[in-house]
Design a protein around this ligand. Structure first.
Ligand code: CA
Length: 365
């Protein structure tokens, strides 16, 4: 009896001592790769000392800054490494190009004046790093949603003066989500300058985090994804894409699981909006699933799992799913081998690793 269609699928784990990925018939462009300018972590420590950070930030970074574990030290060190060692890591993992973004939560933990001025500094720093290695690095503009008008200006400066290819923003800012209309200048600027926005996770806000804390699930293991998928879904239900139909949002971690939710989102959004139960949940021009298919890209950051990637390709279209490593947080060389070995046509694999990112981020080779 052939049971192959019903047998459980094991979740792969990367090898501890992997072979180096071989040269492939495609370039590998990693699209959710983090960096930190040298003074950023000192500024984070100061926010912690002053007691100004929310609970999630305090827990995560308080832990990172006082933990000698090799993985944590690796994360701290290589966020700040923008030269030979980073390039050597890329070479060893077969990564040709990193699309770089300021590490989460970027400037969003700061007060407004600090956030606005430091976003500019971080973007200038990234521009300098890219100019030193223009064939290996591409950058996204960091913004301070604390001041939407300044954030919009910074998107313009990034696009027109710094050669940035998109925008990085983390899920919420001091508990406020971008679905609030006061933030929509950010979307207007991104759409006008054809800059996709990478909506990256951060710790859930204070109003959400307690039950996650109790179970130790507030971080990247689960809480990040819950908060970020909520943040993205709020953009859809608030009508952001009816106002900005060309706006493109990138979600990591297999679209923060939203593709898997699509059927239920459509069914229940229709039922709930027709029932007129909430002022904030009105009928939209399209179904939630259609915005996910037309206004979103997904990357596989943190998820080297073929069935999840294929499902997302089936749902969103294979032109909207891209590769990411999530360096230095998930610096797993063997995940590249796992992904190289996916049972997928070369043409589709090339889209995944190379050409989708090349097109979206306007990368000239
Ligand atoms: Ca990341």
């Amino acid at each position: 009896m052939n049971t192959s269609h019903t047998a459980p699928v094991a979740v792969p784990a990367p090898q501890a001592n992997p072979a180096h990925p071989v040269k492939a018939d495609y370039l590998r462009i990693a699209t959710e790769e983090a960096f930190a300018p040298p003074e950023l972590f000192g500024m984070y420590k100061k926010v912690l000392e002053e007691g100004k950070a929310d609970k999630g930030f305090s827990s995560l970074w308080g832990f990172h800054f006082n933990n000698p574990a090799p993985r944590v030290q690796h994360i701290l060190k290589y966020n700040q490494e923008m030269g030979a060692e980073r390039l050597a890591h890329m070479d060893a993992a077969g990564i040709d190009i990193q699309v770089l973004s300021l590490t989460s939560p970027g400037v969003q933990v700061f007060d407004e004046p600090t956030a606005v001025s430091y976003a500019r500094h971080a973007n200038d720093f990234l521009r300098d790093a890219i100019q030193k290695h223009p064939t290996r690095f591409v950058g996204l503009t960091a913004i301070a949603p604390q001041n939407p008008a300044e954030a919009a200006k910074e998107i313009q400066r990034g696009a027109t003066q710094l050669d940035m290819r998109g925008v990085i923003v983390n899920s919420h800012t001091h508990g406020e989500y971008l679905s609030d209309r006061k933030f929509w200048d950010i979307f207007a600027a991104a759409e006008a300058h054809d800059q996709p926005i990478y909506l990256h996770p951060c710790s859930p806000p204070d109003a959400m985090i307690q039950p996650f804390f109790e179970a130790g699930l507030d971080g990247a293991v689960f809480g990040f994804g819950v908060d970020t998928s909520l943040s993205a879904l709020r953009l859809i239900t608030a009508g952001v894409f009816d106002h900005f139909p060309k706006l493109q949002i990138i979600l990591g971690h297999m679209g923060e699981a939203l593709p898997f939710w699509a059927y239920r989102l459509d069914y229940m959004h229709r039922a709930t909006s027709r029932a007129n139960r909430y002022e904030s949940l009105k009928p939209l021009n399209k179904k939630p699933s259609e915005y996910l298919q037309q206004n979103f890209y997904a990357t596989n950051s943190g998820v080297a799992w073929e069935p999840a990637i294929k499902f997302t390709q089936n749902f969103m279209g294979e032109d909207r799913v891209m590769y990411a490593m999530d360096y230095p947080y998930q610096h797993e060389v063997d995940e590249v081998n796992i992904l190289d070995n996916m049972d997928m046509t070369l043409a589709t694999k090339r889209k995944f690793f190379q050409t989708n990112a090349q097109t979206l981020f306007k990368i000239k080779l």
